[in-house]
Design a protein around this ligand. Structure first.
Ligand SMILES: Nc1nc2c(c(=O)[nH]1)N[C@H]1C(S)=C(S)[C@@H](COP(=O)(O)O)O[C@H]1N2
Ligand SMILES: [Mo]
Length: 313
């Protein structure tokens, strides 16, 4: 599906968080009637979630300054809740995360449906401090808490045909108002290769900053593949499907010339409409250089040996 309207980052969208907040306050201040909305948002952003216990540190964590919690929860993309960077923080409270199940099907010997409570018991939970690089040019350092994807494979028998894995986000118009607006071909489905999914860095994240996952960041469970652009990390997953052929994804359907299937972070391959050479950490002013594979080249470059990464962007 080709779309006349879909989200593109304006340069103004990648200003530091502080500027963004101040600007928003000014906007609210100039419309007295909106003060209540501004207060709601502040409350939503400042009420913290339930603490997660028995979380162990991981050798995969990077040693970089964490992006403030307020930035990671207050600025982001979750288009099911609206097109703006603060739409998720404003509207994701409508998401109901219990009861919640995840169906695993496709190229499996027997499909299974897991209750989220059971998935949480697949622990050991690990804290993984990873870089997150949005394709739009902003980035963050986030202390995710999650379960390696490989833990799922211990609990399901896949067939010999399974080569790719799809991650389906919930698409319920009652909870997610923008699912009624067809600027993306809902549900939000992203996919990676099976060997990428099995890579030890690939995480099913159920929390961040020591707490259960905030709704705007993809509660109760979302994917994190740190060497790929952020959009590969589908939020609020309800279905995981193993498939034989490389599938279409929500973004390859929206704009195949702009979003490739692989979408590995690559400073040398510009997006069709902007450079990918630099990024701005949320909350910081100066840009920094984007690293190949988002800094994870040593661990993951081998997955792509012999592939032309300009063609397979
Ligand atoms: N279901 C769903 N998942 C999604 C998105 C979305 O709009 N819907 N946005 C993606 C994009 S573009 C990015 S950059 C990351 C942002 O994750 P964060 O909000 O936790 O930083 O979520 C990704 N996962
Ligand atoms: Mo993104």
């Amino acid at each position: 599906m080709k779309t006349p309207f879909f989200p593109t980052p304006l340069p103004s969208e990648i200003t530091p968080e502080e500027t963004f907040r101040r600007r928003r306050q000014l906007v609210f201040a100039s419309f007295g009637l909106c003060t209540a909305a501004a207060t709601d948002l502040t409350l939503a952003a400042s009420s913290r979630g339930e603490k997660l216990v028995d979380v162990r540190p991981s050798p995969f964590s990077i040693d970089e300054k964490l992006t403030p919690y307020e930035s990671v929860t207050g600025y982001g993309n979750f288009y099911e809740f609206g097109p703006d960077k603060d739409s998720p923080a404003k509207h994701a409270h409508r998401l109901r995360t219990r009861p919640w199940t995840i169906t695993v099907d496709g190229e499996v010997k027997a499909a299974k449906t897991f209750a989220i409570e059971d998935v949480l018991k697949w622990a050991p939970l690990e804290e993984r401090i990873y870089r997150l690089r949005c394709v739009e040019g902003w980035s963050a350092v986030v202390p995710w808490i999650g379960i390696p994807f490989a833990e799922l494979l211990k609990r399901i028998d896949i067939t010999g045909n399974a080569k790719f894995v799809e991650f389906w986000s919930l698409a319920d118009p009652e909870q997610m108002p923008y699912v009624r607006v067809p600027f993306l071909d809902w549900p939000y489905v992203e996919a990676i290769r099976l060997d990428e999914a099995k890579h030890p860095l690939t995480l099913l994240a159920i929390g961040m900053y020591g707490e259960v996952m905030p709704k705007q960041n993809g509660a109760p469970i979302r994917l994190v593949v740190p060497w790929k652009y952020g959009f590969k990390g589908a939020k609020s997953i309800v279905r995981i499907r193993f498939v034989e052929k490389q599938p279409e994804t929500v973004w390859t359907k929206a704009a195949p010339d702009e979003y490739g299937f692989y979408s590995n972070v690559n400073p040398d391959v510009p997006h069709k409409r902007w450079s990918q050479s630099h990024e701005r950490r949320l909350g910081e002013f100066f840009k920094r250089k984007t690293l190949p594979f988002n800094g994870y080249a040593e661990q993951v470059a081998g997955l792509y040996a012999g592939m032309d990464l300009r063609k397979n962007f």
